[in-house]
Design a protein around this ligand. Structure first.
Ligand code: ARG
Length: 445
């Protein structure tokens, strides 16, 4: 028991079960050990541990880490959380010396430190996964720069684009997500050991020692803020949420494209499921689950923000619930990014069908109006005349030659004409793919 001194009786077993957090926070164990090693150095510096004591704590921490990596460490029924567990194990290993480690430290600054270390790793892992997906998308775009398809607004065929161009639009939104993870990494990268319970300590602990040891980029400014701040976790969950939203939009389009109604693509056997009842079915379940699981991630962000809303300073036990949101959201994010890569790699496009869809529904109408503008007609008048051509086209007349003033050009030619900055012309798409790659290469973190 960490706080027995002023109590006559121990806690009710239901209270123990209700408040314990080892089921969730055990994942922080390696970080708790790192933070403990760093704190021991600060205690050494403050003259509160001898060099031998600090060395034995350091060695015992290394042993614990090795046992953890071998899967040998399990919480005991008396451990309230991962922090009390690590302290117990150190005390079991070292006796008196183990009892010295918690001087000038509180679980409040300790859990914030562990969680920051975890969030830093989490951001780096998400950036890595996103980088792979974005690189896949850039290569995909190069390969599909001439695969004509209709671009949509209001889910109505609008203007001719290419599959490469379309996919790059997803790629750039994912690049912004990766940048959000860089930002989350930055906000987690502050050392808070030395903040104590919320008002520091009287022991002369130098916070720079832990900062240096744990590789944080700076030290907290205000001890009360340091133990109550979870903005870094909210930043991480926001990055997970926008990623989830973006993946869900891509997943939804894959669901549409692989439907018989669109018929733009077929999903390979390895990323499709059949139906237990209907033998003809080929279902895009992975894409549907990418879309569906985004709900829980948005829920995790919302859950954390609601947890923090109105919470008085500084530490409140409510904060123990923060980790579940983050752990769930990160795991889901990494899995969904990997599944998206799998699904993308399994798509086989029906190029004729896409080109035909791009040519039908008069997606050339804007081009016709713009051609008239080039020849001096005011745009409003050109729009009106092109609209009349569309009407004649829809009633079966062959107006294309009249419209463009030259024999019907191919859909690919129509695409090539859209060479404005950021547009879908193949050479523009290749430039965009290159700049997307450049963006991922310069992400850092
Ligand atoms: N298990 C707690 C958490 O995750 C650690 C801090 C507990 N602090 C306290 N004063 N009870 O937030």
């Amino acid at each position: 028991m960490l706080w027995g001194g002023r109590f006559e009786r121990g806690p009710h077993p239901d209270m123990v079960a209700f408040t314990r957090s080892t089921d969730v926070d055990l994942a922080l164990l390696p970080h708790d050990i790192a933070a403990t090693k760093a704190h021991a150095l600060a205690l050494l510096d403050a003259g509160l541990l001898s060099a031998d004591e600090q060395k034995s704590i350091d060695g015992a921490c290394d042993d614990l880490l090795a046992r953890w990596e071998r899967g040998e460490l399990v919480p005991s029924s008396i451990d309230e959380d991962v922090h009390s567990m690590v302290e117990r194990l150190l005390t079991e290993a070292l006796g008196e010396t183990g009892k010295r480690i918690h001087a000038g430290r509180s679980r409040n600054d300790l859990v914030a430190t562990d969680f920051r270390l975890w969030c830093r790793d989490a951001s780096a892992a998400a950036i890595d996964e996103l980088r792979r997906l974005i690189e896949d998308i850039a290569s995909f775009a190069d390969g599909q720069a001439e695969t004509v398809m209709p671009g949509y607004t209001h889910l109505q065929r609008a203007q001719p684009v290419s599959m490469g161009f379309h996919m790059l639009a997803h790629g750039f939104s994912l690049l912004r997500d990766a940048q959000r993870f860089v930002n989350a990494h930055r906000s987690a990268n502050v050392s808070v050991l030395g903040a104590g319970a919320m008002a520091g300590n009287t022991l002369g602990i130098d916070p720079e020692i832990a900062r240096d040891e744990l590789g944080f980029s700076s030290v907290f400014d205000n001890a009360m803020d340091a133990v109550s701040d979870r903005d870094f976790a909210a930043d991480l969950l926001y990055a997970c949420s926008t990623t989830a939203v973006h993946l869900s939009r891509l997943a939804e389009e894959i669901v549409l494209w692989t439907s018989s109604e669109f018929g733009f693509a077929r999903l390979g056997d390895d990323w499709s499921t059949g139906s237990s009842m209907m033998p003809q079915k080929r279902n895009p379940d992975a894409a549907e689950l990418i879309r569906g699981r985004s709900a829980a991630t948005i829920g995790d962000l919302t859950g954390l923000l609601v947890l923090l809303k109105g919470l008085p300073l500084a530490y409140d036990r409510d904060l123990q619930e923060d980790k579940g949101f983050a752990f769930g959201a990160l795991a889901r994010t990494l899995e969904s990014i990997r599944a998206t890569r799998g699904v993308l790699g399994a798509l086989r496009f029906d190029k004729d069908r896409m080109a035909e869809a791009a040519g039908a529904s008069a997606t050339w109408a804007t081009d016709v109006a713009e051609e008239m503008v080039r020849r001096g007609t005011p745009f409003r008048e050109a729009h009106e005349r092109a609209g009349q051509l569309v009407r004649r086209y829809e009633s079966g007349e062959d107006i294309v030659e009249e419209a463009f003033g030259f024999p019907e050009s191919s859909q690919l030619d129509a695409l090539k004409r859209r060479s404005s900055w950021g547009g879908p012309a193949p050479e523009r798409v290749r430039e965009q793919a290159a700049s997307l790659r450049k963006g991922t290469a310069s992400l850092g973190a």
